[in-house]
Design a protein around this ligand. Structure first.
Ligand code: O2Y
Ligand code: MN
Length: 595
């Protein structure tokens, strides 16, 4: 081996991988700026990265058209028994999966450099932080990991001689034969892609994709799928949640953690610009929260990431001005349109649509093309520290104390704007029954309800029935210190198909009501499905909204809710006897309250 670290276990693993993948070179990342710049220059020279004229130190990448998003169908959670993975995960027996993947990994880095990326998830030195080491043959992954995690020497120091780390093996799966020319985005065909998790071993093996969550293994693979298992075993929580801080005009701080299925505006809420007078919002994280009970009995949250991997289309100064500021420099763009001025553009951005550009596939594009210029899952990777409203405490090692949990989903009917759970068990019931209607962005029928408990279906590393029980257990331990739980729906529509609620910054009005509930200042109104604000409880000052809209937003129709119950029951039955009895009891209580 060319180098060794202080950590014998790491040395041994690197050696094993080295023998298997047989790279032409090996490089240990130190995490420095200089390293990032050298790597980017390499990518510019190879034609994979395009420097932008308009954003300092920022680059555009175009992926292979077959490699544009997380591939849930090729993502596996591998335990000796299928039951452990549960009904929401793809499963293959670990021996069989390892055999298949070992054959693929055999010589897969020939002609390429094997990069070793030590990284830390969570602020360095935090009691909640975890170390991972990703081995990859993709310099694009190295650059993205630099932004999304704390890479390099500091992570190795944290690991020390006998610290534990999560081994994350990644290959794009395209060895380069001598003299063979590379392509800008090498990757394997779909049937050879595997995003595999071996939770019993705390091990990740990813093959064939260079994109996002398939390849930046600290994010969904480690910080959610593997971490959710660690959290269950160690008594903490790894959740698919943004974290934000609200400060009221009197200076009292409230910390909120919120989980939504995709396409519900999670990044926008994480960087909210409040419209409600005197309230301030700070961002702590936009995607993942790790939470542990502190010495005072409260639940403390950290953001394990150090960057945002945000979806570009739809991001604008109207929907998310803070994200637009964040991505002005030091940003990697993937699959956006390149304008003739050397800028990036995507559908839903403010301003004029460019008359001409080069689309995400590298082809000439004009507005009359029948396809978008940017891929709908085009991304920006930006340092979180660049967000103008990043909280000064976003890297506080102990985290921030959570007051409020929010779950939500996209429903055009039935679900009101906001409701509060009666208690913890009812809140867990609301999280379990979270779901969204499918939109044109999903595959399949539009408008069909898709269950996504806690927005964790693609990310829970074990049987979700047990995961629900873990939530109940955490509530038992938190007791009176448990955060209050709310459920929102920003997306209710009127009979003509128009959204009833303006959304974006106006969502601060709903958050204000939640904080007032925590503060004991807002009374609310009991309904069979939870506690709703009375119409006068919501601060709508300065907002022009017809009275009938507000009525409809807060309307609870018992008949409509009774019609929901069989669907919930059917969904619950998919978990068999792993579904906690306490959740069946909640369903029964709902049925009774509805009469
Ligand atoms: O397509 C991908 O690989 C990205 S998915 C993603 C990225 C950032 C935050 N959340 C998600 C998600 O799928 O929840
Ligand atoms: Mn996410």
């Amino acid at each position: 081996m060319v180098f060794a670290t202080q950590n014998e276990k790491l040395n041994q693993w690197m050696n094993e991988v080295l023998q298997m993948v047989r790279p032409s070179d090996i490089y240990l990342c130190d995490g420095s700026k200089d390293e990032y710049n050298r790597m980017i220059q390499l990518l510019v020279q190879s034609g994979a990265a395009i420097p932008l004229s308009t954003h300092p130190n920022s680059y555009l990448f175009r992926s292979d058209p077959s490699d544009v998003a997380r591939v849930e169908g090729r993502t596996y959670v591998s335990y000796p028994s299928r039951e452990e993975a549960g009904p929401t995960n793809n499963w293959i027996d670990p021996d069989a999966l390892k055999k298949t993947m070992s054959d693929l990994y055999d010589g897969c880095m020939e002609g390429r450099t094997m990069y070793v990326i030590p990284f830390c998830m969570g602020p360095l030195g935090s009691p909640l932080a975890k170390v991972g080491v990703e081995i990859t043959d993709s310099p694009y992954v190295v650059c993205n990991m630099h932004i999304m995690t704390r890479v390099g020497t500091a992570a190795l120091e944290m690991l020390g001689a006998d610290g534990e780390f999560v081994p994350c093996l990644h290959s794009i799966g395209v060895p380069l034969k001598e003299g063979e020319e590379d392509v800008p985005w090498p990757c394997a065909p779909i049937e050879k892609k595997y995003i595999s998790h071996f939770p019993d071993e705390r091990l990740i093996w990813s093959y064939g994709s260079g994109y996002g969550g398939n390849a930046l293994l600290g994010k969904k693979c480690l910080a959610l799928r593997i971490a959710s298992v660690m959290a269950r075993d160690e008594g903490w929580m790894a959740e698919h949640m943004l974290i934000l801080r609200l400060t009221n005009p009197e200076g009292r701080q409230f910390h909120v953690a919120a989980a939504f299925p995709s396409a519900c505006g999670k990044t926008n809420l994480a960087m909210l610009t409040p419209t409600v007078e005197g309230w301030k919002c700070e961002c702590i994280g936009d995607d993942i929260a790790w939470m542990k009970i502190g010495d005072d009995g409260r639940l403390y949250a950290i953001n394990p990431e150090s960057g945002f991997f945000g979806v570009a289309p739809g991001t604008s100064h109207e929907s998310n001005p803070m994200a637009m500021e964040t991505l002005k420099k030091n940003t990697i763009f993937t699959n956006c349109l390149l304008t003739d001025e050397g800028d990036v553009w995507w559908e839903g951005m403010d301003g004029d649509t460019p008359a001409h550009g080069i689309d995400w596939r590298g082809l000439d594009w004009t507005p009359d093309c029948d396809h978008p210029g940017a891929h709908p899952n085009a991304r920006f990777t930006s340092p979180a520290a660049q967000c103008p409203i990043i909280s000064p405490d976003w890297e506080k090692p102990v985290g921030v104390p959570i007051d409020v949990f929010i779950f939500g989903g996209r429903r055009s009917t039935v679900a009101p704007l906001v409701r509060e759970a009666f208690d913890w068990d009812h809140g867990v019931f609301l999280g379990t029954t979270a779901g969204s209607e499918t939109t044109a962005a999903n595959i399949g029928a539009v408008g069909k309800l898709r269950w996504d408990p806690f927005a964790m279906v693609p990310f829970c590393g074990y049987n979700m029935g047990d995961y629900f029980q873990h939530w109940l257990n955490m509530g038992d331990r938190l007791g009176e210190n448990a955060p209050r739980i709310f459920y929102i729906n920003w997306f209710r529509k009127d009979g003509d198909g128009n959204f009833l609620w303006p959304g974006y910054g106006e969502n601060s009005r709903v958050l204000k009501w939640m904080c007032e509930r925590v503060d004991g200042k807002a009374e609310g109104r009991e309904t069979p499905i939870g506690i709703l604000p009375k119409e006068e409880d919501l601060d709508l000052s300065g907002l022009e909204m017809p009275a009938e809209n507000l009525k409809e937003l807060l309307w609870v129709d018992a008949d409509e809710w009774r019609a929901e119950v069989p669907g919930i029951e059917e969904f619950f039955n998919t978990f068999g006897d792993r579904l906690p009895q306490r959740l069946r009891d909640q369903l029964e209580q709902l049925r009774q309250r509805l009469g």
